[in-house]
Ligand binder design. Structure first.
Ligand code: HEC
Ligand code: HEC
Ligand code: HEC
Ligand code: HEC
Ligand code: HEC
Length: 386
């Protein structure tokens, strides 16, 4: 079995030989579950060809006329041709090739991130030059071992007969794959050409606890790591977020409701290490309804948003120079919201935190018509009886 898969993988390798990054199609032969999840993730859909929101913003972006797709280091770093052109200051615009369509942020790009260089404008990923050595963490911890494929002695003829992968070497010694630091080359912050920070996760507030980007967004789910392994679980590669499997994140937001003489108090506690709904296109809403018999009383909606601006008017991220208005939920922040409403005994309060991927006002300006992107989606809902 393993020999067959290896031969198949190597025959594919010659097919994709011109690329600097080994194709995800090869990983798929031995890691089908992980590949299947990845296919649904935003890392597979991050190019202008797969993400209508990214495409709409790019289409209006002034860099497009200049022929410089500076989004590539984060949105399609696996496209080495494009990355080279960008680095050499040549005309660099995406073309609809196989990488842009099926793996703009591919398996091997991520698994070769050696370290992250911090910078004010945007961080930078340092990629190792070893094509077939992949970083990973062993049971969520870094160890100082590099595992090459080898047979293990097996006196009883039972259990595992080999360790490692016949296709590649594994390095378990990179701490960034245990503490989540490998994510922040792309995810920490971004400034526009005016030096204004358009997006920031404000990670300074993050707690040094057991949870990190990987434990929250890539939890262990059922199924072995590879077709050649016997573990029962593997790290989820759909990267739960607002587009894909948001339900997996609801446990990190706590909702509460209490009644006192002044009315109803609703609390929202953010357990995440970052600002919620950080992207300036997002808008979130906290909706509260009091149910009394067959009547429903809607209380005023609280919205969470960021409006970027220039000269006192709303502006797109590339033109923005300031924050016009903002109501954010910071990392580990608790929001307390008071409603002037007389709750009676027997009433039920229904509290819903939901979001729109694209603020409808921005969608209009960007010409985004897909209703799924502007409609209200529930992230968490709870009912409280009094
Ligand atoms: C011929 C089969 C095969 C191919 C092809 C293959 N792998 Fe693997 N891979 C394995 C096996 C077997 C393991 C060891 C799993 C274990 O520890 O049980 C492994 C382990 C890994 C691990 C470390 C898992 C851990 O222990 O935490 C990573 C990361 C990884 N592979 C990435 C890749 C990537 C990326 C590709 C595509 C370029 C790829 N693999 C292609 C068989 C393969
Ligand atoms: C420093 C890395 C980085 C660069 C450079 C970058 N982005 Fe992004 N972008 C991200 C990350 C990370 C996200 C996901 C953020 C989130 O979901 O909160 C994102 C998300 C987006 C989204 C939202 C997509 C959606 O589906 O909702 C748009 C639109 C976008 N980027 C446009 C651009 C454009 C246009 C450029 C180039 C002019 C660009 N970005 C350059 C990192 C980057
Ligand atoms: C956005 C970055 C990213 C991408 C893209 C990515 N991975 Fe991973 N992968 C990680 C991180 C982080 C881990 C968790 C560290 C660990 O447990 O090894 C991981 C873990 C793994 C593991 C070990 C699973 C476990 O439970 O220990 C394998 C195998 C693996 N990845 C293969 C792949 C394959 C195959 C692809 C493409 C289909 C892929 N990865 C795409 C970042 C990525
Ligand atoms: C090479 C840059 C890069 C790296 C490394 C990277 N990401 Fe991303 N990630 C992106 C971009 C770009 C997007 C937005 C894609 C879009 O919406 O077009 C994104 C989107 C996401 C989303 C939003 C998903 C959704 O459904 O809305 C999550 C969650 C996420 N990434 C988590 C992670 C985690 C966790 C890691 C580390 C294991 C990681 N990312 C590593 C670039 C990166
Ligand atoms: C304690 C759990 C937790 C940790 C740790 C955590 N997140 Fe999140 N993350 C969440 C929750 C909950 C959401 C959903 C709300 C939202 O979209 O802001 C989320 C959303 C996101 C999104 C989607 C935002 C959007 O607007 O589309 C991205 C991207 C993301 N996280 C990346 C990261 C990265 C990178 C790290 C590590 C620096 C990280 N997260 C650490 C819980 C966590």
């Amino acid at each position: 079995m393993s020999r067959y898969l290896l031969l198949f993988a190597i025959s594919l390798l010659s097919l994709f030989a011109s690329q600097k990054f080994v194709s995800s199609q090869i990983c798929k032969t031995c890691h089908p579950l992980i590949y299947g999840e990845y296919r649904e993730s935003m890392h597979k859909k991050s190019s202008i060809y797969n993400d209508p929101v990214h495409r709409a913003v790019w289409q209006m972006h002034p860099l497009r006329k200049k022929g410089s797709y500076k989004c590539a280091p984060c949105h399609s770093p696996s496209d080495t041709g494009l990355m080279e052109a960008l680095k050499n200051g040549k005309r660099a615009l995406p073309v609809k090739n196989e990488i842009q369509k099926s793996e703009p942020i591919g398996c091997t790009y991520c698994h070769r991130i050696q370290s992250v260089e911090h910078a004010k404008k945007a961080n930078r990923n340092i990629i190792s030059d070893k094509e077939r050595l992949y970083y990973a963490a062993k049971n969520g911890k870094a160890q100082s071992s590099v595992v090459k494929y080898h047979k293990t002695s097996d006196l009883m003829g039972l259990g595992k007969k080999s360790e490692g992968s016949p296709f590649h070497t594994i390095d378990y010694g990179n701490p960034n794959f245990a503490n989540g630091k490998m994510c922040i080359g792309c995810h920490e912050h971004k400034r526009n050409s005016k030096g204004f920070t358009v997006c920031s996760m404000d990670l300074e507030r993050s707690k040094k606890g057991k949870r990190n980007c990987i434990t929250c967004h890539m939890p262990q789910v059922k199924g072995p790591i590879s077709t050649l392994s016997s573990e029962e679980t593997h790290a989820y590669h759909g990267f739960s977020g607002l587009h894909n499997s948001p339900n997996m994140l609801s446990e990190y937001i706590e909702l509460g409701a209490e009644v006192d003489s002044e009315g109803l108090t609703v609390t929202l506690k953010n357990e995440a290490d970052h600002t919620l709904f950080a992207h300036p296109l997002r808008v979130a809403e906290l909706r509260v309804e009091v149910i009394r018999g067959d009547k429903r009383f809607k209380l005023p909606t609280v919205t969470f948003f960021t409006i970027l601006g220039k000269d006192g008017k709303p502006a797109m991220p590339w033109a923005a120079e300031s924050v016009l208005k903002q109501n954010r939920i910071e990392a580990h922040e608790s929001k307390v919201m008071k409603f002037d409403f007389r709750v009676e005994k027997g009433d039920t309060a229904e509290v819903t935190l939901g979001y729109r991927i694209v603020n409808p006002k921005a969608a209009k300006k960007l010409g985004i018509k897909e209703s799924g992107l502007t409609e209200f989606k529930v992230l968490k809902q709870r009912r409280f009886g009094f």
